[in-house]
Design a protein around this ligand. Structure first.
Ligand SMILES: [Cu+2]
Length: 366
């Protein structure tokens, strides 16, 4: 506790440190209450660490750095539902225990990450079969229906999308909503809480539901974020309530692989898809010759840079780059045809973020 408080003190005001104390106290005790919100921007220092147990470190490294298997083909729901007039998504906000670093290691610095440091009483978006009957399976490496970020909302320009949202946050008991970048909609489907104005969709109470009616217009193509914009958004986004919208042009061919990368902060770690450190963050895979597409969003309070090794792409001015800045609420997508076999890093190039979890592996096989 003393060490943690000292880390906080390094970057925060005395008031923030005082506010952080209840969370530190509760790590042995149970439910996360709104106190968590006060500690969102606390930063772990890569210089203070518990050395890893050699056997655990070795196991985590073996798993992370093992040769790539042949990646299975990727499916996109947009292909399965293409041709229907209205795409329906059935989504709940549900509680899960989320582990920011399931393998318990930072394999780069040989540091052990303790369970109390890395576990979170999360609330996440999860996709269901019609009528919210059964959760849909997760079919991607990450970012499909596995928690943080929420399920990818896919559409094509010209589509109408109905998102049926139900708030089942029984742990925090907070109102939630879904607010979508990318789409056009009437004010009632904005999903943003405006006191006395926004209506039911801006602040959906626990146990209640709301249907957002959206249209993918001519300016909707690309990768975008969606997130909670209710009165609880400042607490709920760090608890996991955000995801990615992927909209293709009318006749655009989808890529062979789509990699979802969501930069954010959870429990003081700088995260990719809710996870920190190699082997916990997604290990993406592709084969030479495939078209790969990266959908990158940023949530939270910080600015990041998305960098990949061994690859370059063209920015909007047609200039080759290998490092793209991205700020809160921002997003971009880009593609390349894979021609570089090997195991590569992708990471945020803000070095303190990279060392605090924002790094992963990309494995390309022939
Ligand atoms: Cu960063």
């Amino acid at each position: 506790m003393t060490r943690r408080a000292a880390v906080v003190a390094g970057i925060a005001t005395a008031a923030a440190v005082a506010a952080a104390a209840p969370l530190v106290g509760q790590t042995s005790g149970g439910a996360v209450e709104p106190a968590a919100a006060a500690t969102l921007h606390e930063q772990h220092s890569p210089m203070t660490f518990t050395p890893a147990d050699p056997a655990a470190l070795d196991a985590a490294r073996k798993e992370a750095f093992a040769p790539a298997a042949t990646p299975p083909p990727q499916q996109f729901t947009s292909m399965a539902t293409n041709g229907t007039r209205i795409r329906h998504y059935w989504i709940k906000a549900v509680n899960v225990k989320w582990d920011v670093a399931p393998n318990g290691q930072d394999v780069l610095t040989a540091r052990r990450v303790d369970p109390v440091e890395r576990q979170l009483d999360a609330v996440v978006y999860r996709a269901y079969t019609p009528g919210w009957k059964k959760p849909l399976p997760n079919r991607a490496v990450a970012g499909d229906n596995d928690g943080v970020p929420g399920p990818v909302i896919e559409a094509r320009v010209g589509d109408t999308i109905h998102v049926h949202f139900k708030n089942e946050d029984r742990v925090h008991k907070l109102p939630h909503s879904m607010h979508f970048h990318a789409f056009s909609y009437a004010p009632g489907s904005d999903g943003a809480y405006i006191p006395q104005i926004s209506g039911r969709g801006g602040n959906v109470p626990v146990g209640k539901s709301f249907t957002y009616k959206l249209t993918a217009g001519p300016q909707s193509h690309g990768a975008w974020p969606y997130h909670d914009h209710s009165s609880s958004m400042h607490e709920s986004i760090p608890q996991g309530l955000y995801g990615v919208v992927a909209v293709y042009r009318k006749n655009e061919k989808p890529p062979d692989r789509r990699f979802v990368v969501a930069f954010a902060e959870h429990k003081g770690f700088n995260t990719i898809n809710g996870r920190a450190f190699i082997g916990n963050t997604p290990t993406f895979q592709a084969r030479v010759g495939e078209t790969v597409e990266w959908n990158v969003i940023s949530m939270g309070e910080l600015f990041h840079t998305f960098h990949t090794h061994g690859h370059r792409w063209l920015n909007h001015a047609g200039v080759p780059i290998d490092n793209q800045e991205i700020g809160p609420g921002g997003s971009f997508r880009m593609r390349w045809r894979e021609d570089a076999p090997g195991t590569w890093y992708y990471h945020c190039h803000v070095e303190s973020h990279q060392m605090n979890g924002m790094i992963g592996l990309y494995k390309v096989t022939r």
